[in-house]
Design a binder for this molecule. Structure first.
Ligand code: SF4
Length: 418
């Protein structure tokens, strides 16, 4: 769905506890541990969505939540059976961020969310600082919000996408503009003031005026954090495949051009910057002190554990993913296994490539000296052609994407990896 995937630099400029150690010639950043829980269920299928999610009977929610709890409690033994040994140091790390993503995790009964958090509390050393729930506006009510807060959820990532009902309807969203205005005070009243809004540039029927209006309405509501995504066009979504074959279903003919999307992104940067948001990652903007603690772990290549169907984990030296199909996942957990579907050992060369890619996504950039020190190779020359063409900027030992080329970051990454 989104053109710009998540990414971040590994440098310690945010002041978070990071202690780099060498492990199998790969630089691993040990810091507090993040846990991701995937909830792959939705009420409907948005036309632009390319995620592995399903519209299923709510009767399947409780068995799924129970399977996730089992996976959390027995993860060490089951991972060992699957040939994955977690570094001992990881088991001693404190879990300080949890992220319920999806899908639409706000569809679950709050008791299920609470029970999964209890499983984490009982299994890991923990000191929760940030517990995020992805929520769609129409799923929010007072009772649920109060129960979320009581369970320890203190941040909501809100799938707003647009303030235009025409765009929301064309994209197959369940909510409308009025639901956004209804939900925000409910969350505030429950004590969940740390809200992040997602907006998508490039939805069908979006115009420069409607995009400007969505940005203005967002700024008025003043969420602490904002993610701006560009519509992703690929075969994984109904709208994407329609666009690729030149069809008109799903309002494909009303999708703005690539140039218009790039202009929308640049406008978002200007409007959000004027409203006091710090642009800290290509897709992400935050009021001071409200950058996403959990997502920064991904961007810094810090280890994290994922539970649930299709969830990814990263130990620093290996990355693995669970089976994507929710029914297969539940079945596998019930039969005593862990459903690892993909396992990749990260080589030193791959780790360095990831550092470059994730580092450039960070507006703070890459500290070449630090990487050179850890990886023992000079990377400075690799950037020279892109610096000469003005795509990258150098500031002492730091290299970063040139601000005016942020909207074509993917093209810059492709050039760099050649
Ligand atoms: S709510 Fe999100 S995950 Fe679910 S179908 Fe829509 S875009 Fe996909």
């Amino acid at each position: 769905m989104y053109a710009i995937p998540a990414g971040t630099s590994v440098s310690g400029h945010f002041g978070t506890k990071i202690s780099p150690v060498r492990c199998a010639k790969v630089l691993v950043y040990l810091m507090s541990l993040g846990i991701y829980i995937q909830v792959p269920f939705c009420q409907t299928r948005c036309t632009y969505c390319n995620f592995h999610t399903g519209v299923v009977s709510s009767a399947r929610f409780a068995p799924y939540a129970a399977a996730v709890q089992t996976e959390i409690r027995q993860h060490q033994r089951r991972l060992q059976q699957a040939g994955i040994i977690l570094p001992g140091s990881l088991a001693q790390e404190t879990v300080d961020t949890v992220y319920f993503g999806g899908g639409t995790p706000s569809l679950l009964d709050p008791q299920h969310l609470d029970a999964m958090l209890d499983a984490i509390r009982e299994t890991f050393i923990h000191d929760f600082r940030e517990v995020t729930l992805e929520a769609d506006p129409e799923t929010i009510d007072s009772q649920k919000s109060a129960a979320w807060a009581a369970a320890g959820i203190n941040r909501v990532s809100f799938g707003v996408q647009s303030f235009s009902d025409v765009e929301l309807q064309a994209a197959g969203r369940m909510h409308r503009r009025a639901d956004i205005y209804r939900a925000v005070p409910i969350l505030d009243a429950a004590g969940i003031g740390n809200i992040s809004f997602d907006l998508i540039a490039g939805l069908p029927h979006q115009t420069p005026e409607s995009w400007r209006n969505s940005l203005d309405e967002l700024v008025q509501l003043a969420p602490r954090h904002v993610s701006i995504y560009l519509l992703e066009v690929d075969e994984g979504s109904r709208l994407g495949s329609e666009l690729l074959r030149g069809g008109t279903k799903y309002s494909a003919s009303a999708v703005p051009s690539d140039d218009a999307m790039a202009e929308s992104y640049d406008l978002a940067r200007a409007v959000l910057s004027a409203a006091g948001y710090e642009h800290y990652e290509i897709s992400n903007f935050a009021k001071p002190g409200f950058a996403s603690e959990h997502n920064r772990k991904y961007w810094r290549r810090a280890p994290y554990l994922g539970f649930g169907a299709g969830a990814y984990s990263f130990s620093g030296t290996e990355r693995w993913a669970n089976a994507h199909d929710a029914a297969d996942y539940v079945q596998s957990i019930a039969s005593g296994k862990i459903p690892v579907e993909q396992l990749e050992v990260i080589s030193t060369a791959q780790a360095l490539e990831e550092e470059l890619f994730l580092g450039l996504r960070q507006l703070a950039g890459i500290d070449m000296d630090r990487l050179q020190k850890f990886y023992g190779v000079s990377i400075s020359d690799r950037f020279l052609p892109l610096e000469s063409s003005g795509l990258l900027e150098r500031d002492g030992t730091v290299v970063r994407l040139a601000p005016k080329h942020l909207s074509i970051s993917n093209e810059v990454f492709v050039e760099l990896m050649r």
